[in-house]
Design a binder for this molecule. Sequence first.
Ligand code: FAD
Length: 518
Amino acid sequence: SPVLVPILGDQLTRNLASLRGRTKDDTVILMMEVWDEATYVKHHKQKIVLIFSAMRHFAEELRDAGWTVDYVRLDDEDNAGSFTGEVARAIEEHLPRLVSVVEAGEWRVRQDMDQWADKFACEIEILRDDRFICTQAEFDEWAEDRDTLRMEYFYREMRRKTDLLMDGNKPEGGEWNYDSENRKPPKDGLSAPERPKFEPDDVTQECIDLVERRFGDHFGSLETFRWPVTRDEAEEAADAFFAERIECFGPYQDAMVAGEDDLFHSMLSTSINLGLLDPLELCQRAEKAYKDGKAPLNSVEGFIRQIIGWREYVRGFYWHQMPYLQKANALNAQRGLPEFYWTGETDMACLADCIRSTRDNAHAHHIQRLMVLGNFVLLAGVNPREVQDWYLVVYADAYEWVELPNVAAMILYADGGKLASKPYAASGNYINKMSDYCSGCKYSPSKKTGEGACPFNPLYWHFMHRHRERLEKNHRIGRIYSTWDRMGEEKQAEYLESAEAFLDTLEPAASGWARAPR
Ligand code: FAD
């Protein structure tokens, strides 16, 4: 009897731990498109197409290489609709001596997987996902006894572990972090070389038709689907990044330009998260670009830090903080998510552009997610549950292990500051400095209150005022209150009234965008 190897939709690599060392004539690979996963939130249409198409291509690649693949399509008559149901069916059919699976990335699926040993009368082996560099035991050990878990210190451990950009025991160039060189505002007319775009092939087109048919009411456009869906395409996307964009990646990492949806970002997160690209290999390529004199240290260090720093860190943080993180709401935020997050209908030019890109591309770059979309929901006090659902739905790279720490802990400060040393709160000034949005906006960032003032200005002070008791004690932000106190009561009242008048105009989202009504 064979070994059954279930491969989940974000485990699309032949180097998967559960495949290593297996023989082809003794293994049945099980891949499943299941209704539960496609609908537990109403994912962006492009996200479902991306995952199904990448899965179908990967199954073909495995078959071509001589593996036996039992592939269950969403529309198959007997599809049980869940991983557990499908594994049960496959066990009945193939009578395996062992089920060998790599641990799920998400807590919810892992909970199910942990039941398999009790449910099924065959041996179950759950292997560590060694596509990640840091093991959970390592993270937990690092996190133990620390009140705050700062990425920067974790990152240094990962630099040592991987030996990336190390000069003996010291960081290359003398500093661990070159972020101070990576905050250039966009100059006029800043634009980046266009990234490779992949026209849908027949397999992708079939998935597009399926999604139109079965998930037609989900958020997002499909006409603009251009994601890499195979390893070869993902490699081509990575080649183009290393050849054309990594040089400016660092300096313009925080810049935003209306209509320039990618700028110098790698646009590789969807491929990395699916398993099409290996994160460590990408970092080694970045390091080589620096060593060959093709990219500056600040860009290469910045790119490597995003991957072996932030990406590894949020994953460790997620498992360390679950299930608490899902419910965390330290700032007691209760407002509903505004409807315009789904429709894009707002007069605020920055938000409108970020939501447009989100709808058209199932993507927005980091600083848009953090300092425009995230900053707004933080300042407006939107409840974490609805914000989490939104981010999980709308981005093609969104899986709970990476989305939730970024949303709950990074943008909303809902964990009370375990991850971030202060809330990422900013007024219109920041957005004006780092983007060209404000010149095309109905509101003015230099106007502080009243008609025509950028709403971020009064919202910023409303937020600071609301959370004074907690934030005043924070040495990184507490000093701001002397500015507030010096303003005098009349000015303060203007800020608070302006903010409240604006908040009153926000229409909460209709139900049914993120989750099907029960
Ligand atoms: P680049 O700017 O080119 O960065 C390179 C790589 O670094 C990315 O591909 C990604 O793998 C990694 N990376 C960078 N920042 C982070 C981070 N904060 N956390 C984890 N990995 C990071 N990323 C996701 O992959 N999925 C998500 O669901 C997701 N949700 C986010 C939600 C919020 C509120 C914020 C602020 C960030 C979120 N990110 C998420 C992180 C980041 O915005 C995206 O990884 C990035 O925009 C992807 O585009 P890119 O590949 O061009 O990234």
